[in-house]
Design a protein around this ligand. Structure first.
Ligand code: FEO
Length: 392
């Protein structure tokens, strides 16, 4: 049975979000563990709801709020970020508390107007502004592009609580709410996948955001997706700093697709050479791995090898789709290598390499492009290149 009970995260501060157990695709991102949309209710002289949930989980949020207070008593609704997974129930909750004021940034107000085409009662807050709600004073810090231009965090100093919306989120649907209730391995995997697919292009802005909140006294980070950090804050901040700096590990990632097996043969020959250096390898065929999972490996891998045969004078569509996604996420400071096979033409490797150059990746080795089927010599050569790529 789904528990609709309230969960107190701090004295008089409650998690009142919704759990999306069955979500498996979040605008193209595979959410194998589902997700949550986290909303928080602060009980003070002025009752404040921080963010809401996706529209179809509104009843779940409302049920949780009703366990605590009559929703008509809500005075403020803070919209930290206008994307429909968080702002999608603002109009619905306003039906219960029509006098409530929506607190948001200038861009947030613009976004809510564009979404809802309604004049709501707004209070615009700038970065550094505060709002007294009784015993507590809330602080607002703008963190543009983490995730959208309007993104901001709400900080509750008296409770050492940071409500950073998308930052530090993970797509995990679970009954557990806190980081000490779930294995670190799962948390890290999902937090990294989330970072890689949602925030990766904005490393510089993430660094600024980390600086902006770095001096704050915090013992709890309650994001808008997944679990709440209270025991592993230094650990997740350390990871975020690494990711924001585009730091990688000495690992190789081979991403390929194949028509008749020639490109696959080259992929495995390259892997054999890499293996001889002791460098960890992950091999992913685009036919059976979702691109959002591959991007998680891109986030931490220094060496990225991409292979496709040529078809219709270009690369396979699976590689084309992946590279479109990769270009948008703009991972920096990688060492790239391109390989492929062809019957005639052979343009795939040229086009892939062009994209890697646009990303300013280092490409120390000339690509391998085999006509028809690689023979033993070709495969030995690929093996040598795999080894050389790492050793140089
Ligand atoms: Fe979870 Fe940018 O929305």
């Amino acid at each position: 049975m789904i528990k609709l009970k309230k969960i107190q995260i701090k004295p008089d501060i409650y998690w009142v979000g919704g759990i999306d157990w069955n979500l498996r695709n979040f605008h193209g991102y595979s959410t194998n563990r589902g997700t949550t949309y986290n909303a928080y209710l602060i009980i003070d002289k002025k009752i404040t709801l921080v963010d809401t949930v996706k529209h179809y989980l509104f009843d779940e949020m409302l049920a949780r709020i009703k366990e605590i207070i009559d929703p008509s008593k809500i005075d403020y609704i803070i919209s930290n970020h206008v994307e429909m997974d968080h702002s999608g129930s603002i109009l619905k909750i306003l039906k219960y508390c029509p006098k409530a004021t929506v607190i948001t940034s200038t861009r947030g107000e613009k976004g809510l107007h564009l979404h809802y085409k309604k004049d709501l009662k707004f209070k615009i807050v700038k970065s550094g502004d505060t709002l007294n709600i009784g015993k507590r004073t809330l602080h607002f810090v703008h963190i543009p592009m983490v995730h959208w231009p309007d993104s901001m965090v709400t900080y509750v100093p008296s409770d050492k609580l940071l409500l950073p919306n998308d930052a530090f989120g993970q797509h995990i649907a679970s009954e557990e709410r806190f980081d000490d209730e779930i294995e670190w391995g799962i948390l890290k995997e999902e937090a990294e996948k989330y970072y890689a697919n949602i925030v990766m292009p904005y490393g510089d802005q993430v660094k600024k955001a980390l600086d902006a909140v770095g001096g704050l006294d915090i013992d709890m980070i309650a994001p808008s997706h997944g679990i709440i950090w209270r025991s592993l804050i230094p650990k997740i901040i350390k990871e975020y700093k690494k990711w924001a700096n585009y730091e990688t590990e000495d690992k190789a990632l081979i991403i390929y697709d194949t028509m008749w097996g020639s490109t696959e043969k080259i992929a495995f020959a390259l892997a054999e050479g890499i293996e001889e250096t002791g460098t960890p390898i992950v091999i992913k065929n685009l036919k059976n791995t979702d691109i959002s999972d591959i991007i998680t490996y891109v986030n931490s891998s220094k060496y990225i090898l991409l292979g496709s045969p040529t078809i219709n004078n270009t690369m396979l569509p699976s590689m084309g789709g992946f590279l479109t996604y990769l270009k948008g996420l703009r991972p920096r400071s990688r060492i790239g290598f391109v390989f492929g096979s062809y019957g005639w033409g052979g343009q795939a490797v040229i086009e892939i390499e062009k994209i890697l150059k646009e990303l300013h990746w280092e490409i120390p080795e000339k690509s391998v492009n085999i006509n028809y089927i690689p023979n033993e010599e070709d495969l030995n050569n690929a093996k040598k290149i795999g080894k050389k790529l790492i050793e140089n």
